[in-house]
Ligand binder design. Structure first.
Ligand code: ZN
Length: 372
């Protein structure tokens, strides 16, 4: 046997004697299959559906690609993005997520597999959760608990298996750092969320005493401004809320009631109405809550997961990095006259990007800056 191979094998017993790039190939394929599962998560988690059953099928005709033919990326390309049975287009997102997951797995392996295969695999799990969080957040402005709370737990457990995540070889030290990361990640972002409500001022709007708020056909009128619904509602879940006194509708009146309005539903007290048939409402209120906050509680839990995997330094770095990129994007959008787009962008993807930057360079930079 080639003595150099023996030497290499002794140095890399965990690679089971296969060449490094054999595993790169395995991870590329595994990533594509995981990506295909992530597509199911992205589609079903926000709807509260099970990600295991029923097996994926065409939403129009119910056709299910047989397991033997369900090869990620390849199947989509082979079917040219259409259902095999009814020719309904399959969104390009399916292809993108599979390719992206495959790429993320390869990146994690090439970056860390040589020195610490366990850490590389743990990073694969983290990146998979980033992909799900990003795609769901863009579409629904939420990050499901399966990802944030599940990710926090997974990060803690994987810290024991792959202490290299926290730059140590000791399991107890890694678990300690993971726990601190969870606490700091949660605390730091929670603080920013509270602060953001002061800075951005868009979440709660305090109104002068005795002010009346009017919902009319085009928007919401407050004493000092009139905000069109088009600026407020982007998602079905976006809600305007207020606690109103003397709530008046076209044909009835409530002495005091909680009022909430979405694109499809007006609730006054316990009554549910169709906003299309109740185009007018007037109420006295002390404050009005509009949707569209810079960060929500989902981001707080998401940051806990990042801290669980990568430690508290990573959460501070991630938050700073994400805020900077977010500011640059925001200023750019204002510069090109697309200010309204920035309020449609969720913050979760910026956090995922910040954590990626930490893994691929930020941690080294931090070490040089602060650990001498
Ligand atoms: Zn079909």
């Amino acid at each position: 046997m080639n003595p150099r191979f023996v030497e290499w094998w002794l140095e890399h017993p965990s690679l089971l004697g296969m060449p490094f790039h054999f595993w790169t190939g395995v991870l590329a394929i595994l990533g594509a299959f995981v990506g295909s599962f992530l597509n199911v998560c992205i589609h079903r988690m926000p709807l509260g559906e099970s990600v295991v059953s029923p097996p994926s099928h065409c939403p129009r005709c119910g056709y299910r690609i047989p397991f033997s033919l369900n090869i990620p990326v390849v199947t989509w390309l082979w079917l040219r993005g259409r259902c095999r049975s009814c020719r309904e287009p399959i969104p390009a997102r399916y292809l993108v997520v599979e390719a992206l997951t495959s790429g993320a797995f390869v990146l994690a392996w090439l970056g860390f597999g040589h020195d610490d295969p366990a850490m590389a695999l743990a990073l694969c799990a983290l990146f998979a959760s980033f992909i799900v969080a990003t795609f769901i957040d863009f579409e629904h402005f939420i990050i499901p608990d399966e990802i944030t709370l599940g990710g926090t737990l997974a990060g803690f457990v994987l810290s024991a298996v792959a202490p290299g995540l926290h730059g140590t070889a000791s399991m107890p030290a890694a678990l300690r750092r993971s726990a601190v990361g969870i606490a700091v990640g949660f605390g730091a972002v929670y603080g920013v969320v509270r602060l953001g409500k002061l800075l951005f001022g868009r979440e709660k709007i305090a109104l002068p005493a005795g002010a009346r708020v009017v919902f009319h056909e085009e928007g919401v009128r407050m004493p000092d401004r009139d905000v069109p619904f088009g600026d407020i509602f982007y998602r079905a879940s976006d809600t305007i809320r207020l606690r109103g006194r003397r709530v008046e509708l076209a044909d009835r009146c409530y002495p005091e009631a909680d009022v909430s309005l979405t694109q499809g539903e007006l609730r006054v007290g316990g009554d549910v109405m169709d906003p299309a048939t109740e185009p007018y409402l007037s109420a006295e209120a002390q404050e009005l809550v509009l949707p569209r906050e810079a960060m929500g509680f989902g981001d707080v839990k998401f940051m806990s997961a990042i801290g669980a995997f990568l430690g508290w330094q990573a959460t501070v770095f991630t938050l700073g990095f994400a805020s900077m990129v977010g500011a640059v994007v925001g200023v750019t959008l204002i510069g090109i006259g697309r200010r309204e787009w920035s309020s449609r962008l969720p913050f979760g993807p910026y956090l995922a990007l910040g954590a990626m930057a930490w893994v691929f360079g930020g941690a080294r930079w931090w070490g040089r800056m602060f650990a001498g």
